[in-house]
Design a protein. Structure first.
Length: 328
């Protein structure tokens, strides 16, 4: 068994203001003049697109793009959709990223932002009576295609400005986790986005940004993106996106801070390993209340171990405390 670490989750990432020119580290997705850098797209599994023969893939994209300018145009530095036709889709694919945008939705409007081609950050008129049954009255920014009742499916608060006014949205995506700010308010907080196309699999690691058309005029401006390097993504994921570092439970050297069967374990290559022919329960000496714990483990063929939660220091770790998480 390798090192176990305790993490405290406290402070959300601070909101960023959207400017007319890219903030430091960002680049523009929209040049303010034309649709350069964009193509047509649809609700389509990006994995399937990538495995197509090159010619078939090009024909599919051409089919999506042929009428793009009939439904999208640039007006006074704004991207304007008439609400029908294909989705405006980046030609480039993105992995981990931070996206900034401003949008203006008309009364009764319904739209969204696809992340790596995955639907979607929901954007709509929160005052529309007909959309209320689908959850519009709760506000925009939620991951609407996540399962109902799960975290992130509905926004944490209603932060929309009235239809016809500009809203700012910020999306931070690392791995499968997404955070969304709407007009500076956190509405989705570091939640796994479901893979709409196959919920048994994680979302694709790279894919396009898509602006959805859904029946009403939609305007966009100040679209900026910052690609996130693996080192930053790993740091965010290891701290749950909240800025507070996890605290180590093991010093990497010996059993200081632990009780129980400490003699049954040895340190081998920066990991705790149970000695051959021995066993028992080694437990952290400090009592904890609510916590998040992360660890890595490896077992030999036929091996069996476990992580006991709220173990009282004696008795069967599977029944004496809260539970034992089986590792085998």
């Amino acid at each position: 068994m390798a090192a176990i670490a305790l993490f405290v989750w406290l402070v959300a990432l601070a909101p960023l203001a959207v400017a007319e020119t890219p903030p430091h580290g960002f680049v523009s997705l929209f040049n303010g003049r034309d649709l350069k850098g964009w193509r047509g797209g649809d609700t389509y599994d990006h994995r399937e697109l990538l495995v197509m023969h090159k010619g078939d893939r090009e024909r599919m994209i051409e089919k999506w793009s042929v009428e793009l300018t009939a439904h999208w145009h640039v007006e006074s530095g704004e991207l304007v959709s008439n609400g029908v036709g294909r989705f405006l889709t980046t030609e480039r694919d993105y992995g981990d990223f931070e996206l900034l945008a401003e949008y203006k939705i008309e009364a009764h409007g319904d739209s969204g932002i696809y992340l790596r081609g995955i639907p979607q950050v929901q954007l709509w008129d929160p005052d529309d009576v007909q959309l209320a049954a689908q959850g519009a009255s709760k506000g925009s920014g939620g991951l609407w295609n996540n399962k109902p009742g799960t975290p992130g499916r509905d926004p944490l608060e209603r932060a929309d400005r009235p239809a016809g006014e500009w809203n700012s949205v910020r999306v931070f995506m690392v791995g499968s986790r997404v955070s969304v700010w709407l007009n500076g308010a956190v509405v989705v907080n570091h939640v796994v986005i479901d893979n709409f196309f196959d919920r048994t699999k994680p979302v694709v690691s790279r894919g396009p940004i898509q602006l959805q058309t859904h029946g009403g005029e939609m305007r966009w401006r100040n679209l900026f993106i910052r690609e996130i390097a693996a080192t930053e993504a790993n740091e965010v994921l290891s701290t749950r996106g909240r800025g507070e570092a996890f605290q180590p439970l093991w010093n990497g050297r010996d059993a200081t801070g632990w009780r129980g069967a400490t003699r049954a374990f040895e340190v081998v290559k920066d990991a705790l390993r149970c000695k051959a022919g021995m066993g028992g329960v080694m437990y952290f000496e400090e009592e904890l209340t609510d916590f998040v714990v992360r660890m890595e483990f490896a077992t030999a063929p036929g091996g069996s171990a476990g992580l006991a939660l709220r173990y009282p220091g004696q008795g069967d770790p599977a029944t004496a405390g809260l539970c034992k998480i089986q590792l085998m």
